[in-house]
Design a protein around this ligand. Structure first.
Ligand code: SF4
Length: 475
């Protein structure tokens, strides 16, 4: 698996992000935009919670019978004139795509948005094979110009502001007149559209991801708001769908239920502007469509997840609601996580795909506040799964020495409840006394990670346990 670009330096990345004022301003949009829109869309649909249960059950059922649904899906795609390629690893998947491109003599590939292509580092593989990949989703196009990775799985450039994007366009679009006004977002969009139209027309192969694959019909489904996915898959003579095996759902009816929770959870829309179904290559009576249709099904560690305690993570439909509601993501953004998948879903998925030794730091980047689980449309117990990864990290001796020592000290006291209560009471009392004048601490020994960027509130004088007991006695 292509894990060589993984960065274990979460602390350093987070530190840099917290001291980047432009990034901090841009991250404000995550909180103000996504959360309210999701809530209002969910509130307007009385059956939203029931749909979440149903979405969870559909995915659980599919995962329990994944082998059968994969076979059924393959049979339907083949019957429709398409080809299914199974790719056990990232390298297998990139080799399959590169081979198809080579065989049809492709020079340019138009790509719709696909997190799987990020996971397998497809663009680098295509370039190495002499094929030019062009991202056609606006956000992906911008990060391709910048040579970056997406910082969010739905809004790849959430970390950038308008000025930065204008500067990128002026740097790369050599035909852009300097006097042209790009101050409005619409003008940036028009500029990108103009540049991309030529690429769509020139592309020999179109690559899209898939939000869902339907076993009943052999259909792949993508949701977009820009229509670029449709152009990527209908204009070129070859269409390649790149998807991971857990994207399957049994029937079109199941897919329609999943779509109802996906759009609301992701962007607060009832449905995305384009929801596109494609089944096989162009038929004789079709007015458009590709001559060849391929589906590359990526495993890359997912079969192993099926048999283990992280299986529930395979229910994920990549809506990004968990990161939109995560206080850690709000503070540091997606790039701090160091690999393709950020936020709580990445904190569980990345160690599963690339190993706890490379990504064990991610499950530690959580306050365990539980907001991620409370909004996940397929009810993945993300905090529980992160805790499992923390346990694995500890068992394998991968936790840093200060963490292990801290846990050993805590364990010593926790096994002696009386001593624990005495020590915590004494500590709370001392901190309360020391901080009573200001009501907060700007610096504290052993708490630099906290006090570097915010104050630590002085305790009120008693521990949680003492207050709880007092309240119980009073009742
Ligand atoms: S874990 Fe849940 S909330 Fe997060 S992206 Fe996946 S489906 Fe959405």
């Amino acid at each position: 698996m292509n894990a060589h670009s993984t960065s274990p330096a979460f602390k350093e990345n987070a530190h840099r992000a917290l001291h980047d004022p432009a990034l901090q301003r841009a991250l404000g949009n995550v909180e103000t935009g996504f959360i309210g829109r999701r809530k209002s869309a969910a509130d307007k649909l009385p059956e939203f919670e029931a749909l979440r249960d149903s979405a969870r059950d559909i995915k659980n059922h599919t995962l329990a019978h994944l082998d059968l649904y994969l076979e059924a899906y393959e049979a339907k795609v083949t019957a429709a004139g398409g080809h299914v390629h199974f790719a056990p690893t990232a390298d297998d998947a990139t080799a399959i795509v590169a081979d198809i491109c080579r065989r049809v003599g492709a020079k340019t590939v138009a790509k719709g948005k696909s997190m799987i292509s990020e996971e397998i580092e497809l663009n680098a593989a295509l370039e190495a094979a002499g094929v030019q990949p062009v991202e056609t989703d606006l956000g992906e196009y911008i990060i391709q110009l910048r040579g970056e990775r997406p910082s969010h799985i739905v809004a790849p450039v959430i970390h950038l502001n308008r000025d930065q994007i204008e500067a990128d366009f002026r740097r790369v679009h050599t035909k852009l007149p300097p006097e042209r006004d790009l101050s409005a977002p619409e003008s940036l969009l028009a500029e990108a559209r103009g540049a991309l139209r030529e690429k769509f027309l020139a592309a020999d192969v179109g690559i899209t991801g898939a939000n869902f694959l339907v076993a009943e019909t052999g259909t792949s489904i993508i949701v977009t708001n820009e229509g670029n996915g449709d152009l990527s898959q209908t204009l070129p003579k070859v269409h390649i769908v790149l998807a991971s095996i857990e994207k399957l759902v049994p029937t079109l009816e199941d897919a329609s239920q999943m779509l109802r929770v996906l759009a609301r959870s992701a962007t607060g829309q009832e449905i995305t502007v384009y929801t596109t179904f494609s089944t096989g290559p162009r038929r004789p009576a079709d007015v458009d469509g590709p001559e060849e249709y391929h589906v590359v099904l990526l495993d890359n560690g997912r079969s192993a997840m099926l048999a283990g305690e992280f299986r529930e993570m395979l229910r994920c439909i990549r809506c990004a609601a968990c990161m939109n509601h995560c206080p850690v993501y709000h503070a540091v953004g997606g790039h701090a996580y160091g690999w393709v998948y950020p936020g709580p879903m990445g904190a569980v998925l990345s160690p599963s795909l690339i190993g706890v030794d490379k990504a064990g730091h991610l499950p530690n980047a959580s306050t365990f506040c539980g907001r991620c689980e409370s909004v996940c449309p397929v009810r993945i117990p993300l905090p529980k799964l992160m805790r499992h990864w923390r346990e694995r990290e500890f068992e394998r001796n991968l936790s840093p020495a200060p963490v292990r020592s801290g846990l050993a000290v805590w364990g010593f006291f926790a096994r002696r409840p009386r001593l624990y209560r005495f020590a915590t009471r004494a500590a709370m009392g001392a901190l309360s006394l020391l901080g009573r004048r200001k009501g907060r601490f700007g610096a504290l020994p052993l708490a630099g990670g906290w006090t570097d960027t915010r104050d630590f509130a002085a305790p009120e004088g008693s521990t949680f346990q003492a207050r709880w007991s007092a309240e119980r006695r009073a009742r």
